[in-house]
Design a protein around this ligand. Structure first.
Ligand SMILES: Cc1cc2nc3c(=O)[nH]c(=O)nc-3n(C[C@H](O)[C@H](O)[C@H](O)COP(=O)(O)OP(=O)(O)OC[C@H]3O[C@@H](n4cnc5c(N)ncnc54)[C@H](O)[C@@H]3O)c2cc1C
Length: 415
């Protein structure tokens, strides 16, 4: 049932980056109806990227993680229900049931429940000192455990694994990184970027075991003391981070009969699920991406969370939709800022600009005469101009791109 004149009450499940942003966007758009955020963590909506970087290294107080201070929610009349997991959705009655038994009515429901770290089903996986990283509580535990240096094994060479390896090496830990693939970021990065990052980690003392599987975590009492690999090698350690991917928190949606696929909740271009009163945004959603001609993908990035929050808020508040961008991402490791736009797998040709030897370069990825993706290391201008070129999807001159004497701004305008 709709509340006339106010465009309807909104309940947001998940007090994370996407959930917090949709509340802010709704109020910024003048949406006057009740807005409630229900989150299972005890924190106001916060940003996760620093958890593997500055926060882990002890360089950032917890309040700096908050998207908005707690007072913002009171002054903007956003009801915060924290530490309260939602258990079920009654779609016919448009009500939510919280784990405590209470129910909440909604006109529009926004599911922003994110993902949880994947677990390794091997012996010893529950030993003390075997960590996963998703929230503030995880980061606090890991940070405490990393104090006093010692030996850390990181399982997984994706972004989280590499960032934690960099932070721990900077803190003085002896780090060994175990990966199934044969290079770092094997699913997302090009060979020049993967090779460069590996060398940078090795220069910081990180050791790698590629093509390796974890067979078991070995304990000394209740505490992890080693990692046995599939080939029998044992890596002695005092703590472990398992960073082998994530699984969507889509159980609520599945139980409510919403369409789910490819590990998440399927939505249309406006963020609506198979029930038009329910939206899904952020890491948990599987969305059609204009950049991919409408192909469905699940993305885990701040840009995706913000973009989808803005789309859903605009639909609910009946305001103009935001301008969409190709997907982009960043990662900080040591003194490096990696910025990527587009998906490397969408291209079949690459051009390197800059010099990996001096730690500043960009890899431009082409499909025919179109720029499809850019990976930039400490090269923010190449990233910024490349991002515009990928968004524009206009023909570009490969010769100009490959000529280091041609300024990147001139490449963008030379057809
Ligand atoms: C360590 C780390 C580093 C990262 N670094 C980067 C980076 O450098 N760049 C980048 O672009 N992205 C980065 N990301 C990814 C980025 O943080 C996520 O894409 C973003 O947080 C997604 O927002 P979200 O709101 O979809 O999910 P989340 O922020 O995870 O929020 C989901 C919330 O919903 C809650 N929830 C789940 N189920 C329920 C329920 N039933 N009831 C109530 N609440 C529920 C969860 O507990 C959580 O609080 C990083 C992520 C992590 C973990």
């Amino acid at each position: 049932m709709r509340i006339e004149g106010t465009r309807g009450s909104v309940v947001i499940v998940g007090a994370g980056h996407a959930g917090g942003t949709v509340a802010m966007e709704l109020r910024a758009a003048g949406h006057g109806a009740p807005v409630t955020i229900v989150g299972d963590e005890p924190h106001v909506p916060y940003q996760r990227p620093p958890l593997s970087k500055a926060f882990l290294k002890g360089g950032l107080p917890e309040e700096k993680l908050e998207l908005r201070p707690r007072a913002w929610y009171a002054t903007h009349d956003v009801d915060l229900r924290l530490g309260e997991p939602v258990y079920a959705i009654d779609r016919a009655a448009r009500r939510l049931r919280l784990c405590g038994g209470e129910t909440l009515a909604y006109d529009h429901l926004v599911l922003a429940t994110g993902v949880r770290p994947a677990r390794l089903a091997v012996p010893g996986a529950n030993l003390e000192g075997v960590h996963h990283l998703r929230g503030i509580a995880d980061a606090r535990r890991l940070a405490t455990d990393l104090g006093g240096a010692g030996r850390l094994v990181v399982v997984g060479a994706g972004f989280t694994g590499l960032e934690v390896a960099a932070s721990a090496a900077t803190l003085g830990c002896a780090v060994t990184l175990v990966a199934r693939g044969h290079k770092v970021l094997s699913r997302v990065a090009s060979a020049p970027v993967a090779t460069f990052l590996r060398a940078r980690h090795e220069a910081a003392g990180v050791a790698f075991r590629f093509g390796a599987d974890v067979a078991a975590f070995l304990g000394d009492g209740d505490r992890v003391a080693g990692v046995r690999l599939g080939d029998g090698e044992v890596l002695a350690c005092d703590r472990v981070l398992v960073a082998v991917g994530a699984e969507a928190n889509d159980d609520l949606a599945r139980r409510a009969g919403l369409a789910c696929a490819d590990g998440g909740i399927v939505v249309d271009g406006s963020g609506r699920t198979s029930d038009p009163a329910i939206f899904a945004i952020g890491d948990v959603s599987v969305r059609p991406l204009p950049y991919l001609g409408g192909r469905l993908v699940r993305l885990e990035s701040v840009h995706n969370a913000l973009e989808q929050a803005r789309i859903a808020a605009a639909v609910i508040a009946e305001t103009p939709p935001p301008r969409l961008e190709p997907p982009w991402f960043w990662s900080d490791q040591y003194d490096l800022k990696l910025q990527t736009v587009g998906l490397v797998a969408e291209a079949d040709d690459l051009v390197l600009r800059g010099d990996p030897e001096i730690g500043r370069f960009a890899v431009f990825h082409l499909a025919g005469d179109r720029l499809r993706a850019v990976e930039a290391i400490n090269a923010p201008l190449d990233f910024a101009i490349g991002k515009q070129m990928v968004a524009k999807d206009a023909p570009i001159s490969r010769d100009a791109l490959a000529d280091p004497s041609v300024n990147i701004r001139a490449v963008a305008t030379a057809h």
